[in-house]
Design a protein around this ligand. Structure first.
Ligand code: PLP
Length: 434
């Protein structure tokens, strides 16, 4: 490293200390965010270093992040993308690849998913001309069950994509088993659950592919970013092709002849020897991330274990603090799971003497941030009303979530003092209406 660069980075670290003084917590005044990025001086220095080196496109840090993250999440391949939504788009689109031959998904094929969740778990199904089949979720885990998924399998079902709800694993051993029995692909949307375990195994390691988001609310952040992971090398190749314009070639940017056959291919009806760098085998996108994002990803990844522990500790503190409060349905981890929590979900009992809106207003007044369980019942949103879909069973709980559920934060920057203030505020509100 040059002396001048060392000096700049030293200055950046000092600057970080100056602009990030320890915040005093003032109850009712200090914002208690539901989520947010936790960034230290190493993160700031990594961003500046990438900028100093002008690594403005995908490059060495991206590759380094991909292999480190794949190792950490116990998958053979990781492909960095510009968002978790793009990761879901790539994973579902990969299932339509001609390279899968008879197993490829075709327009009109059905994909099972849940009604209550984030829209871009579902959108790639529609974007690929496939049909979402919605099932309901359970109330205190906020997840679909294997029974609900089994009931939804029909003659046109070819795949399943479900998110581990706010960090809480769905019954993924059982659902992976169902997928195998019925020859269905399984994609685990792990955007909110990095580090969660089910049956002692990491979520994201049960299905054919898994996806992650690096938006600031998530366990790790790159500002914007996402990842598709898989141990299926054929699917990994398709994901890479779709991410990188649909190209057939797998050379890194700047590389020219990794396969040693650059001018020796004859594909499609192209003339023999057409430059492999410009042969396209999929109708692709460009959904790559940059090295500036990946540089931040690498310093964030070094803190993943401590982030997971802090989220678990914070969740437990809220759970213990709120235990037994009347009128609230508190969250439960799915049996046999160890969640790496994203948030703390509360459903106001429809029979309670207060409504969600009143409790949320009370908390927001006190600067305690709340969020909805994303879209609630997606099928009730204007975007989906006229879209092809099938609903299996009643969406009773998804509707209840739409009307009565919200979540509060557990992210690592929240202190015990803040969490205790949240608990005390909720108790005070409930006691005044009891
Ligand atoms: C379950 C789930 N899937 C996908 C996404 C989309 O990720 P991104 O915001 O990076 O596009 C989110 C976003 O929060 C999410 O919660």
């Amino acid at each position: 490293m040059s002396d001048r660069k060392d000096l700049v980075l030293e200055g950046v670290r000092a600057y970080h200390g100056e602009v990030s003084p320890a915040r005093e917590f003032v109850p009712g005044t200090t914002e208690i965010w539901p989520s947010g990025a936790v960034l230290d001086e190493n993160d700031r220095a990594a961003l500046v270093e990438a900028a100093l080196e002008m690594r403005i496109a995908a490059g060495t840090s991206s590759r380094k992040f991909e292999s480190a993250f794949a190792r950490r999440l116990k998958r053979r391949k990781a492909h960095l993308t510009n968002s978790g939504s793009s990761a879901n788009l790539l994973a579902v689109s990969a299932l339509t690849s001609h390279t899968l031959e008879d197993r490829r998904l075709k327009p009109g094929d059905e994909v099972i998913t849940v009604a209550a969740g984030f829209p871009t778990t579902v959108n790639p199904i529609l974007q690929n001309g496939l049909v979402p089949v919605f099932v309901d979720v359970d109330l205190t885990t906020y997840n679909a069950t294997a029974d609900r998924v089994a009931a939804a399998i029909g003659p046109k079902t070819r795949a399943i994509i479900i998110a581990h709800a706010l960090g809480n694993p769905f019954e993924v051993t059982e659902i992976a088993q169902l997928a195998e029995e019925h020859d269905l692909f399984l994609i685990e949307d792990n955007c909110d659950a990095v580090g969660s375990l089910y049956d002692g195994k990491l979520t994201g390691t049960f299905g054919d592919m898994t996806t992650v988001s690096f938006y600031p609310a998530h366990h790790l952040t790159m500002g914007e970013g996402g990842c598709v992971l898989t141990s299926n090398l054929a699917l990994a190749r398709v994901v890479e092709s779709l991410r990188d314009w649909g190209r057939d070639c797998w050379c890194e940017p700047g590389e020219n002849d990794r396969c040693l056959k650059r001018f020796k291919y004859q594909l499609g009806t192209l003339p023999a020897g057409y430059d492999h760098k410009y042969i396209f085998s999929h109708v692709g996108y460009n959904l790559k991330a940059t090295d500036i994002q990946a540089a931040l990803g690498l310093t964030q990844l070094a803190k993943l274990d401590s982030f997971i522990e802090a989220r678990q500790r914070n969740w437990r503190r809220l759970r213990e603090g709120l235990d037994g409060v009347p009128g609230l349905l508190l969250p439960e981890p799915t049996p046999r799971s160890e969640p790496s929590w994203f948030g703390f979900v509360i459903t106001v009992d429809p029979e309670a003497p207060f409504r969600r809106a009143e409790l949320v207003d009370f908390l927001e007044e006190r600067k305690i941030g709340t969020r909805r369980l994303f879209a609630g019942n997606l099928t009730r949103h204007p975007a989906y009303i006229d879209q092809p879909h099938r609903i299996v069973g009643e969406l009773t709980n998804s509707d209840l979530i739409t009307e009565h559920t919200f979540w509060i934060g557990v992210y690592p920057a929240l202190t015990d003092e803040m969490l205790d203030y949240v608990t005390a505020s909720i108790k005070e509100f409930v006691a005044a209406r009891g």
